[in-house]
Write a protein that binds this ligand. Sequence first.
Ligand code: DQA
Length: 149
Amino acid sequence: MSLRILVINGPNLNLLGTREPQTYGSKTLAQIEQALAQKAAAAKVTLTCFQSNYEGEIIARLHQARDEQISFVLINPAAFTHTSIAIRDAISEIRAPFVEIHLSNVHRREAFRHTSYFSDLAEGVICGLGWRGYLYALDFALERLRRSN
Ligand code: DQA
């Protein structure tokens, strides 16, 4: 069975490239997803990317992941990081390990960004390393999945 990795990006991340580039960098989401897809293809794992600005759609996508036997999730819940118990409950229900990613160093920013509903459930958290944080998280997922297979 091929390993399946799901990448989820939350609200406003569809605007990457033009949204506050001093904070989030100049890569578009499509460019980040392409870099992830290349790395996944080289490792012969199936990688699916999903972005939504709607809490309910992210929850529905996580429910779908339960049926698809997703092995690992990479998620940047964006602003929902700091607000969404509902997405937390959904990700905890699929029981796949996940890494929480933030492009910016949320701990250097406003106090409301210091709280996460995800970090205590995550295998790990990568924040402040820009778009490459996604690649580092994928490296970790590949290594972790290789070890357990
Ligand atoms: C973010 C940090 C969040 O606080 C913010 O709401 C985002 C992006 C990041 O990637 O740095 O939308 O998750």
